[in-house]
Design a protein around this ligand. Structure first.
Ligand code: FMN
Length: 248
C-alpha cells in the first residue's frame, strides 16, 4: 500500500452517495481486493473485509451502490476503533484510485453474506464509479470544526489531518491534547437513547481520525505508536480518554 497516496487523499476526498450502477470491471475490483491484505491494523484483533455486490446490503439507510466492502471483526476491547482505523485506509485508497466511496453506518448485510466464525459484522462501505464529482476542489469545502475547538493547540499537521476526517453525521466526536511528543485522543460521551446508535459509531469515527493522524505522521517521516497509557491528561468535560500517540 502506498501510504503517501492515502495521505494525499485526505485533503480532497468526500463521501460519494450517487453511483453509476454498472458493476466495475473485474480488473478494478481485483485491484481493490489486492489492497485488503496490506491494510494496517491499530490493534492485534482479527478482522475481515469482504467485497460484495451492492444489492446484498440492506436497510432503509443503505446507499444504492454497485459494490460494498463489508467489515467484520472479533468483538474485543478496541475493536470498533480498530475497524475505523483499518477501513478508512480503503476509503482513502478508493478515492486515490478514482472511485467514490461512503461509509454506511446503519445498513446490514443480508443473510447470504457469511461472517467468519468468531467475528461479527461491524460496518459497511459503499463504493463504485461516482455519478457526480469525486473530489473537493479546496479545503474550504470541508465542513469541519476549527482546530481550536477540537484540540488544545492552534495548529499541528497531524491534528489538521484528523480534523478533516469523516465521521458519522459529521459529528466529529473527537478532542486531542498535544503534549511535547505525544497526542492524547478523547471521544465525546453520549448518553440516553442517542448512545444506542452513536456510541458505536463514535468509536469507529475515532479510529478514522487516528488513521489520518498515523498517515500524517508517516508523511512527516515519523513512526507513530498508538497505546492506551495508564496516565494521561484529564479528559475535557463530557469526553473520555481513548488512546495516546507517541513517536511523533
Ligand atoms: C462511521 C460512519 C458512518 C456513516 N454513515 C453514513 C450513512 O449511513 N449514510 C450516509 O449518507 N453517510 C454516512 N456517513 C458519511 C458522513 O455523513 C460523512 O463522512 C460526513 O458528513 C463528512 O462528509 P465527507 O465524508 O464528505 O467529508 C458515515 C460516515 C462515517 C464515518
Amino acid at each position: 500500500m502506498d501510504f503517501e497516496r492515502l495521505y494525499q487523499s485526505i485533503f480532497r476526498r468526500k463521501s460519494v452517495r450517487k453511483y453509476e450502477m454498472t458493476p466495475l470491471d473485474a480488473s478494478v475490483t481485483d485491484e481493490v481486493s489486492r489492497l485488503l491484505p496490506s491494510l494496517k491494523p491499530l490493534f492485534d484483533i482479527r478482522t475481515d473485509i469482504s467485497l460484495v455486490q451492492g444489492d446484498t446490503i440492506r436497510g432503509l439507510l443503505a446507499l444504492k451502490a454497485p459494490h460494498y466492502l463489508v467489515m467484520s471483526s472479533e468483538n474485543r476491547e478496541g475493536y470498533l476503533v480498530n475497524a475505523g482505523f483499518i477501513l478508512q485506509q480503503m476509503d482513502l485508497a478508493l478515492s486515490a484510485m478514482g472511485l467514490g466511496s461512503c461509509w454506511v453506518g446503519l445498513a446490514k448485510p443480508s443473510g447470504n453474506i457469511a461472517i467468519k466464525p468468531g467475528m461479527e459484522f461491524v460496518i459497511a462501505m459503499a463504493f463504485g464509479k461516482a455519478a457526480g464529482s469525486l473530489y473537493r476542489d479546496s479545503l474550504s469545502e470541508f465542513k469541519r470544526k476549527p482546530l481550536g475547538k477540537i484540540a488544545n493547540v492552534p495548529e499541528d499537521p497531524l491534528l489538521e489531518a484528523a480534523r478533516l476526517a469523516p465521521s458519522s453525521v459529521n459529528s466529529q466526536p473527537w478532542y486531542f491534547k498535544k503534549e511535547a511528543d505525544r497526542i492524547h485522543a478523547y471521544c465525546i460521551r453520549t448518553g440516553g437513547l442517542k448512545a444506542l446508535i452513536y456510541e458505536r459509531l463514535n468509536q469507529i469515527d475515532m479510529g478514522i481520525a487516528l488513521c489520518h493522524v498515523w498517515l500524517a505522521g508517516l508523511h512527516l517521516g515519523k513512526d507513530p505508536v498508538f497505546a492506551r497509557q495508564p496516565e494521561f491528561p484529564e479528559a475535557p468535560a463530557g469526553y473520555e480518554y481513548v488512546i495516546s500517540v507517541s513517536g511523533i
